[in-house]
Design a protein. Structure first.
Length: 311
């Protein structure tokens, strides 16, 4: 199996490096500057259990070819269009496996490539790319869940999941990958919504008099949207999510908060906005999700506004 990974950030860089360690045939499609860095310095990974590095094959949008069986998409949701443009020389064949938040990207990819060429994937990992170009895993969580959305790529999904079992991370093959995507979306929307509005961690939020109740209410709204979309979140998934969202003393935050505090673009449109809009269209009460989205939309507009500071 020849694998192309678009990007070497938190998700693509980490899981790609693990696959290379296991002997998989992996190539990274990178922008020129990142390619030069990885080619000269290797792809460096820092984990809670120690650092490691690999020397991967790399290509750019100008040098990549249609030689791959599986193409992993790991950009932020707002970068999907530019990411697909960089695949112009490589997308003649092969199945695409996106690891993006939300669900709308599947509809966009299906429309462009056909459902038979678009698998489903969910990445569970807290990881970030440092200014020095090092992929830093922030906790021990590292799980990839994949699944077929069409019989045409069922065997490839099984093979990729099996490949992951020997790659040093948790690899799961799902029979209902779109449900897994919904389970993550409602959890992530709640985590992002609460931690960005409150500008604090899960532990800091639930230590207040109203924090846990508001967290549970926002999660219930998100779950109601999923149920209205015929993807009701199961009892076990709800229990696991709420345990993480209401854990006393937890330092857990959403990457959206880290991006916001770092002055970086955020996925608020794709995680909060898209879920709130679906809820409104379906007649589901989503006032807390709308509030969280509005807060992030205001912050995004402020970041784009020209500075009025006098010299």
């Amino acid at each position: 199996m020849k694998i192309l990974i678009l990007g070497a950030g938190g998700i693509g860089g980490y899981f790609g490096a693990r696959l290379i360690q296991a002997g998989a045939d992996v190539t990274f499609l990178l922008r020129e500057r990142r390619k030069q860095q990885v080619d000269s310095e290797d792809l460096k990974i820092e984990t809670p259990r120690g650092p490691f590095s690999v020397q991967p094959r790399t290509v750019t949008a100008q040098t990549v070819g249609p030689d791959y069986d599986l193409i992993l998409l790991t950009p932020k949701a707002y970068d999907l269009d530019s990411a697909l443009a960089s695949l112009a020389r490589a997308d003649g064949r092969g199945v695409l496996l996106p690891f993006l938040n939300g669900i709308d990207h599947l509809q966009a990819l299906d429309a462009r490539y056909g459902r038979a060429r678009v698998m489903g994937g969910v990445a569970h990992i807290a990881a970030a790319l440092t200014p020095a170009g090092v992929v830093k895993q922030l906790s021990d969580l590292h799980r990839l869940t994949v699944g077929a959305r069409d019989p045409a790529h069922a065997a490839l999904a099984r093979d990729f999941a099996a490949l992951g079992t020997g790659a040093g991370y948790d690899s799961v093959l799902s029979e209902d990958i779109e449900q897994v995507l919904w389970d993550k979306w409602v959890f992530l929307a709640t985590l992002a919504g609460m931690t960005t509005v409150c500008q604090g961690s899960v532990g800091e939020i639930v230590a207040t008099s109203e924090g846990e109740a508001l967290t549970r209410a926002m999660y219930a709204q998100a779950c109601a949207v999923a149920q209205a979309e015929d993807h009701a979140v199961g009892a076990a998934a709800q229990t696991q999510a709420l345990t993480m969202l209401t854990q006393p003393g937890s330092a857990f935050t959403a990457s959206m908060l880290r991006d916001l505090q770092g002055g970086l673009p955020t996925e608020h449109e794709h995680i909060l906005g898209a879920l709130a809009r679906r809820g409104q269209q379906l007649g589901v009460g989503v006032d807390l999700l709308r509030l969280a989205y509005t807060h992030m939309a205001v912050r995004a507009a402020q970041a784009k506004a020209p500075s009025t500071t006098q010299p």
